[in-house]
Design a protein around this ligand. Sequence first.
Ligand code: FPP
Length: 245
Amino acid sequence: MSEVNVTELDPDRLPEHVAIIMDGNGRWAKQNGLNRVRGHEAGAKSVRSVTELCRELGGIKTLSLYAFSTENWRRSNAEVSALFALLSKYIKLEINNLHNENIRIKFMGRTDGLAKALLAEMRDSEEKTKHNTAMTLNLAVNYGSRSEIVDACKAIVDDIEQGVLAKGDIDEQSISDRLYLPETQELDLLIRTSGELRLSNFMLWQLSYSEIVVTDTYWPDFHKPQLMEALREYQSRKRNFGART
Ligand code: FPP
């Protein structure tokens, strides 16, 4: 049973696609007198609790988490290695839980630079869970939104060269169809933890009409009650998608 009261939310107005920029692991660690890597480890626990609540609520069909950005390579080698080791550990420890919860896992991002063993774990976990239907968990790894759009443009040029697409037929859908995970496009709610007011190159195409909730809470302190609060905030918003109210 969850430690939160899910009846506080309107089940008919849940966001179908929630994305989270999980920020503040380093500051959380510093605040607690710990090494930055301990902050990331604590952050992995928040991934579990947030996934659990989204699954429990039912109406949230997709949860996308920003685990490693194309810019994160600029961190120290030790921190980059620790982040990938943690991801590998997460996959090994969590895959059976996710599978038992009927959750499908997918990864989005470029594969270059990632270790072969990690790539194999990522592909195996996608394969194992591919028929699961309760919810999809997208993990953005080596992900950058601009790179994603560049890669979509290259795919469009390839299709034009192969004669399967005409220049005059290019529209928004043509780009959406060539993003890393074309089946999960529109974002309803973007949450950013730790109070930073930035998008940090995350899902820029998909969040065009998304609601944005920023909380001061550092990611390792973001658990079910904090997610409930963000969802209540979302449900208090009036979305008009650019139309007049
Ligand atoms: C930002 O905090 C967080 C990251 C760069 C990595 C996110 C990774 C995790 C939450 C760990 C595990 C994830 C999975 C999927 C197992 P920061 O280091 O930028 O924090 P700071 O701004 O306070 O320094």
